[in-house]
Design a protein around this ligand. Structure first.
Ligand SMILES: NC(=O)c1ccc[n+]([C@@H]2O[C@H](COP(=O)([O-])OP(=O)(O)OC[C@H]3O[C@@H](n4cnc5c(N)ncnc54)[C@H](OP(=O)(O)O)[C@@H]3O)[C@@H](O)[C@H]2O)c1
Length: 229
């Protein structure tokens, strides 16, 4: 049975990823800072803060082997840079960059030939916007991580990234509260669509297909055309 480790499986896209991999016969491991409401019994959940590097290392070291690592957990804080505290800047950088690197660093030795790492990125790793600088910077860093690791780990382990557009998840809970914001966001997308977590999970799952066995270092954009306008 193939094994996949998914970060941030308690909500949003991570939760949908756990479901689709489990339904397709994978042994699924997931970590999150908070407990999921109702993950499948067969999914192995560990409450873990990616910013706690020692605990992350201990967890990774305890694993026998992993076939696929999906770096999905991330946080986004919306605030003008000038008003942000060092604590909030640190939270984003420690979760999205350092915690992600720390886990990846410890999981790579657990991967055999044909290992695969998929990073969840954003079109805002290259397209700037207002009030989300630290998060967008973290996604820009993730792109370079994807490319450099792909170089370092070939031909044994492949590393790819899916850069997605707006998705209706707890990270975007503003869509639940404000229908107008949801409509505005939709209207900015040429395909007039905001993704569901399940739609994104399906695309990530497709990327694990053997048909892509020579794809590495690739940044795939799946955004309904949002980055074109
Ligand atoms: N949603 C979008 O529109 C969108 C667009 C582009 C890219 N993405 C990317 O897609 C990925 C998934 O996003 P999402 O929208 O599903 O986010 P989400 O709904 O906020 O889910 C992320 C999960 O990760 C957990 N998490 C946060 N900090 C953590 C930490 N330090 N250690 C362990 N787990 C932690 C979260 O817990 P808490 O809920 O307690 O924080 C949450 O359960 C992210 O990498 C995100 O940047 C999302």
């Amino acid at each position: 049975m193939k094994k996949v480790l998914i970060t941030g499986g308690s909500g949003g896209i991570g939760y949908a990823l756990c479901q689709i991999f489990s339904q397709n016969g994978y042994q699924v491991y997931t970590i999150d800072i908070k407990k999921p409401k109702d993950l499948d019994q067969s999914i192995s959940f560990k409450m873990l803060d990616l910013r706690d590097y020692k605990a992350v290392a201990k967890y990774a070291n305890s694993m026998e082997s992993i076939d696929i690592l999906i770096n999905n957990a991330a946080i986004q804080i919306e605030e003008p840079f000038i008003n942000s505290s060092i604590d909030s800047i640190q939270d984003v950088i420690e979760t999205n960059i350092i915690g992600t690197l720390a886990l990846t660093h410890k999981i790579i030795p657990k991967m055999s030939k044909n290992g695969l790492i998929i990073n969840l990125g954003s079109i805002h790793g290259t397209i700037p916007r207002i009030n989300k600088m630290t998060y967008d910077m973290s996604k820009a860093a993730l792109e370079m991580m994807t490319k450099e690791l792909a170089l370092e780990l070939a031909p044994n382990i492949r590393v790819n990234q899916l850069n997605i557009g707006a998705t209706h998840t707890p990270m975007n809970q503003v869509f639940d509260k404000d229908q107008k914001k949801l409509e505005d966001a939709k209207n900015k997308v040429p395909m007039k669509h905001i993704f569901t977590p399940e739609e994104i999970a399906k695309v990530v799952y497709q990327l694990t297909d053997d048909v892509y066995q020579y794809m590495t270092g690739s940044i795939i954009v799946y955004d309904g055309g949002r980055s074109l306008v």
